[in-house]
Design a protein around this ligand. Structure first.
Ligand SMILES: [Cu+2]
Length: 637
């Protein structure tokens, strides 16, 4: 097959490839015997092999095969109909993943493309293959780590431009024209996410003009109604970026942020844990833990004394524990595949780690010295829930999990470790937030762009003057996916969604729209939206000096931390919420470090942990040193 050696890198080579595909089609038309031989050959040698990695950008690295197309991204393949695509989860990653169809084309009769949807019953190590025949754009995602993306374009050689498909369908069933605002946003997002050269550098020292470019390749693509455009016309060119600025009022303590993609000299795997002093807004500490090759640090919590950082390594099976002051490693304990989030239990100081690649939450003894229990999130015989961002109640009695694999949420009675309730959610539930009185909790549904409100006791989810056991809040209600018209607060692909310590607001980081949405828990309605950075991801609340709270927001494809004041005039109403500061996550000469940053500095913002902990239940346990820095109201929310 002549096509196997041609790798399109520019429109010119695309055309060359097209000619050879046409030639191949003619050749095959005269020989069905040859066609069979080709099918056998394809089955043996896939048109594209995606190697799953722990490396920022090429998480699905198109490793070999005729289809791999270098286009800034290394996660794109262009293949002919009938091609076999292979996914390998092996030596280049330390944990389990999935290769799941996130998006696929529809046939003219509006039915799904052949072989779609494509998924596995649970996260795995090994290989999976899928044969793609229907022309159009396919995007594959890991449902554990949803920034891991691969794209395959199945191109019909008889048409002009690479076929993206007339209409596309998301894994939750939503259908939209490829030529639409949503289609364009998703295309840009793919080339942004999978190519770190497109990330936002907000450091004036390395990006003096503070501009941002997202480059898409100059490939001709065919969209709805046969419209052919060059993909690079969708590029974002030299857009101005906000740089660092400091809030007028200090915070209390420090904020730790997982810069999950930052590379350092002393290890092969990515990720640092970065501390920002919230009175000087400087990076004071950066832990890379090179001696354990810390891999993709994702989420953190601390103990009663605020002395250690519990650090999940999302692309391994381990939880690291290090000293918050000295960065000295205390232990690196095996907990289970793809540990995602960690929180403590206020009554015992035990540590709970969600096992995203499995079926349970691990409970460890104080300071994570030993594993005490594994608490299942599903009933016996059910598919593993693969829980992600759990939340714990103010009294240590209740835990809730968003089960990314089973589109539901589990309410766990912690002392006996039993399931009190399981409630259906939207597609790919990823994080939770809970009211300080344990009356209700919220689940963000990543693919649906919705929030599910779930009552814990009597109905507590508000709709007008009524209360309901559950409620779905649509973060896209004010958005037209075709025209792109926005008529109110909007959030697409929501992630972390904590409730403020005083129970008044829930703040959600939305990764596709780069927006922060705020929901008033008294009405369970959206009240406002604020701009975020690319890949908006993590949120947690810390104390504002003199009273009130700041929400600290991290972003994956940017090197900043946003400081949000949800209620600047302190009247309980969040309609005047504002971005009051932006801190850089890049080390400077005053930063205590255990390794030297080399690449993607401060990038990959995910877990956020303000010290001292100020959530109800945790704040009461603070040592005097921290408690004395809080107002009476902050000490007893
Ligand atoms: Cu993954």
């Amino acid at each position: 097959m002549k096509t196997s050696s041609i790798v399109p890198t520019s429109p010119v080579t695309i055309v060359q490839r097209r000619h050879s595909v046409v030639f191949l089609a003619i050749f095959l038309a005269v020989s069905s015997v040859a066609w069979d031989a080709v099918r056998v050959a394809e089955a043996k040698s896939p048109a594209a092999v995606f190697q799953l990695t722990d490396e920022p950008g090429p998480w699905f690295r198109c490793a070999k095969g005729s289809g791999c197309v270098p286009a800034g991204t290394q996660a794109l393949a262009v293949v002919s109909p009938g091609s076999v695509i292979k996914f390998i989860i092996g030596s280049e990653t330390e944990t389990v993943h999935t290769a799941t169809s996130l998006l696929w084309p529809l046939k003219p009769d509006m039915s799904d493309a052949d072989s779609m949807p494509f998924d596995q019953p649970k996260a795995f190590r090994g290989t999976q293959s899928v044969t793609l025949t229907t022309p159009g754009l396919y995007v594959f995602v890991c449902t554990l780590h949803p920034f891991m993306l691969a794209a395959v374009i199945v191109d019909d050689a008889a048409t002009t431009g690479l076929d993206l498909g007339e209409k596309l369908r998301l894994m939750n069933g939503v259908t939209f024209p490829s030529l639409s605002d949503l289609g364009v946003r998703l295309l840009r997002a793919f080339f942004l996410i999978t190519n770190p050269a497109n990330y936002q550098d907000r450091n004036p020292a390395t990006n003096p003009g503070l501009t941002w470019t997202v480059s898409l390749p100059a490939f001709p693509v065919r969209l709805t109604d046969g419209t052919v455009i060059s993909l690079d016309t969708l590029s974002i060119v030299s857009q101005p970026l906000g740089g660092p600025f400091t809030p007028a009022t200090s915070g209390v303590g420090e904020v730790w942020v997982d810069a999950e993609y930052e590379k350092t000299a002393g290890k092969s795997k990515p990720g640092t844990v970065t501390a920002v002093d919230v009175t000087t807004w400087k990076v004071t500490k950066k832990a890379a833990l090179p001696h354990i090759n810390m891999n993709n640090p994702h989420n953190m919590w601390t103990d009663w004394g605020q002395t250690v950082i519990f650090q999940t390594q999302w692309f391994t099976n381990k939880l690291a524990v290090f000293d918050r002051e000295t960065l000295k490693l205390l232990r690196n304990i095996q907990v289970g595949h793809a540990p995602a989030h960690v929180m403590t239990r206020v009554d015992t100081d035990q540590v709970h780690v969600s096992i995203n690649g499995g079926d349970n939450v691990v409970e460890l003894s104080p300071l994570a010295a030993n594993i005490d229990r594994k608490i299942p999130v599903q009933f016996e015989g059910e598919d593993p829930g693969q829980p992600h961002g759990h939340w714990m109640s103010h009294d240590g009695q209740t835990m809730v999990t968003p089960n990314s694999n089973t589109a539901d949420s589990t309410l766990i009675d912690i002392p006996p470790g039993t399931i009190a309730a399981k409630t259906p959610t939207g597609t790919l539930p990823i994080a939770t937030g809970m009211m300080p009185d344990t009356s209700k909790y919220y689940v963000s549904n990543y693919v649906d762009s919705t929030i599910t409100c779930i009552s814990i006791g009597p109905p507590a989810c508000k709709s007008g003057s009524s209360t309901f056991a559950t409620k779905t809040i649509n973060l896209l209600a004010n958005y037209d996916p075709v025209s792109g018209v926005i008529t109110g607060p909007v959030g697409a692909l929501p992630i972390q969604t904590p409730v403020s310590p005083n129970g008044k607001w829930m703040i959600t980081a939305n990764t596709l729209t780069a927006t922060i949405t705020i929901i008033d828990t008294a009405t369970d309605e959206l009240v406002t939206m604020l701009p975020c950075s690319a890949g908006c991801h993590g949120v947690n609340f810390g104390a504002k000096q003199g009273g009130g709270y700041y929400a600290y927001v991290s972003s994956k494809f940017s090197n900043d931390l946003l400081i949000i004041d949800p209620d600047p005039d302190n009247n309980g109403d969040a309609t005047d919420a504002a971005v009051v500061g932006r801190a850089l996550l890049v080390a400077d000469s005053g930063t205590l470090m255990d390794d030297t940053p080399t690449q993607y500095q401060g990038m990959g913002g995910q877990g956020v942990l303000p010290i001292p902990l100020v959530y109800n239940g945790w704040v009461q346990n603070l040592p005097p040193f921290w408690k004395n820095q809080l107002t009476p109201q902050q000490q007893d929310p």
